[in-house]
Design a protein around this ligand. Structure first.
Ligand code: PEP
Ligand code: MN
Length: 259
């Protein structure tokens, strides 16, 4: 059902007067984790000043270590909900299980399925039944075919509003956290009718090459970019090394705003 052969025209996700897919490039920025109301308020004000409508932030964090910050949970969802109402923004928040999904649906605009859950088939079936767009990230070591089949689970269960996200895959290369598979962008654009976004933060895991990755992704046909920004990355509770401060964010923004 996600195949171009089934539907020639691009799927455009419409939400609150905004769209993802089609002619406009979607820019999705925000911290790795929702840490406090003040932090989210600062991010929201920054995005508003630039006319950016999409904000990200995790409330339930899939951390490698159980001793790392796990996210604020429901408290984080509430902060995101309030911030989006106040600043007229559209949120992307990850859920890792059914229980989180049920609660998140009350506070969140777009439900993210993270890389680690790309093949959680029961969760994919559940998000197939919700009435909100799903932001599906490619698994850490998933082939493009497996990624497409995961999207197929969602659409086959009734939800056609799917956004695909390439976020880098695990390879032998150590210079970056993951290897951005740029080929996936035109392949997914050609073979499916769904919007494709590139997460340049988790792809690279380093700030110094994000401008290049953003421009390359957009040039390859991506429908937008996701990146992590934080008012003070040095004290971020997760992914401190890859989140852009507002000055770095402005430099990136200037490089990509004309695409
Ligand atoms: C995230 O976007 O917060 C995240 C954890 O990304 P990924 O699932 O791609 O690792
Ligand atoms: Mn992160």
């Amino acid at each position: 059902l996600i195949s171009r052969k089934k539907k020639q025209s691009d799927t455009i996700i419409k939400i609150k007067n905004q769209s993802i897919g089609g002619s406009e490039k979607a820019l999705i920025f925000g911290p790795c984790s929702i840490e406090s109301y003040e932090q989210m308020e600062q991010v929201a004000k920054k995005l508003n000043s630039l006319g950016i409508k999409f904000i990200r932030g995790g409330a339930f964090k899939p951390r490698t270590s159980p001793y790392s910050f796990q996210g604020l949970g429901i408290e984080g969802l509430k902060i995101m909900g309030e911030i989006c109402n106040k600043h007229d923004l559209i949120s992307f928040v990850e859920v890792m299980d059914q229980e989180q999904l049920d609660i998140a649906c009350d506070y969140v605009d777009i439900v993210q399925i993270g890389a680690r859950n790309m093949q959680n088939f029961s969760l994919l079936k559940k998000v197939g039944k919700i009435n909100k767009p799903v932001f599906l990230k490619r698994g850490l070591s998933a082939t493009i075919e497996e990624f497409k089949m995961s999207a197929e689970y969602i659409i086959a269960n009734g939800n056609p509003n799917i956004i695909l996200c390439e976020r880098g895959i695990r390879t032998y290369e150590q210079a970056t956290r993951n290897t951005l598979d740029l080929s996936a962008v035109p392949i997914l654009k050609n073979e499916t009718h769904l919007p494709v976004i590139v997460d340049i933060s988790h792809s690279a895991g380093r700030k110094d090459i994000m401008d290049s990755l953003a421009r390359a992704s957009l040039a390859a046909g991506a429908d937008g970019i996701m990146a992590e920004i934080h008012p003070n990355p040095l004290i971020a509770l997760s992914d401190a090394g890859q989140q852009l401060d507002f000055e770095e964010f402005m430099t990136l923004y200037k490089h990509i705003q004309h695409y």
